[in-house]
Design a protein around this ligand. Sequence first.
Ligand SMILES: Cc1cc2nc3c(=O)[nH]c(=O)nc-3n(C[C@H](O)[C@H](O)[C@H](O)COP(=O)(O)OP(=O)(O)OC[C@H]3O[C@@H](n4cnc5c(N)ncnc54)[C@H](O)[C@@H]3O)c2cc1C
Length: 268
Amino acid sequence: MAVTVETHPTLTEAAQAMARGDAVYLGGGTGVMRLINAGVIRGRVLRVTDPGLREISLSGETVRLGAGVTMAAVAGHRDLAILHPVAGTIGGPAIRVMATVGGNLFAPHPYGDFATALLALGARAVMAGGGGTRPVEEVLRDRAGGRAGLVAAVEFARPRDARTFGWHKVSRVKPKGVSVLAIAAVLPREGGRIRGARVAFGAMGPAPARAAAVERVLEGQSLDAATIARAAEVAAEGFDPPTDALASAWYRREVAGVHLRRLLEEMA
Ligand SMILES: Cc1cc2nc3c(=O)[nH]c(=O)nc-3n(C[C@H](O)[C@H](O)[C@H](O)COP(=O)(O)OP(=O)(O)OC[C@H]3O[C@@H](n4cnc5c(N)ncnc54)[C@H](O)[C@@H]3O)c2cc1C
């Protein structure tokens, strides 16, 4: 079957066209184009020309990134400094000018570095066609069955200071390699105690996920050596990491605590 590309002016129209039957949405195409070239994706491919999808806006401390914003745009934006280390290590420059925020939410394991950061930031996805907003966590959960829908943008509150947000990516090729694992943490502190800990792991399962056991250990504590040691002990709890060409499941479980400890020490 040949590939037919449909161009729509808005995401809402693309969502309606999607509902008419089997079709694949094309973001920046770093994943989809590979699958088209390999003959895995055939039939209808939908693209959207709305420039609004590439908008970055800040209102107070709320950041809104259109789904079509690229990693290069994030890495080059002066008000998004906390996300520079995340976006700046996704692929090489040629990937970053194409790879989008929306596409990263749906990129299969071991991809999803940006989605891991969004998960820790408590981001919400703005759904296409007036579908309201949903936690990114739900989108990541529903994407497996193709039930997530099209994402128009993501929104999150920018952490108050750089020390509140931490990012640690483990890869075999530096600085642009694919993640053996990735960790993002948001640790707001009140009176020296962590309030509202959010820690997410990437490449430790089919999709980025929160480390609930780690968050429980950190909540209400000061980020001292004893707390960090306890958090590192439970790092892999609740995760069933895959074995792939980069690392075995055993290896990922073994090193998760080591890398979490390093990240938390940097954030202390
Ligand atoms: C050489 C190479 C290196 C890479 N390195 C990394 C890396 O280090 N870290 C990393 O995380 N990823 C990496 N990737 C994967 C990929 O480039 C990124 O995850 C990228 O962000 C995907 O975005 P895209 O716009 O290209 O997605 P596309 O390929 O266009 O789409 C990917 C999937 O997302 C869906 N999709 C796209 N946009 C939307 C939307 N708005 N709403 C709903 N569904 C949508 C598509 O239908 C498709 O299923 C790499 C890829 C390559 C080829």
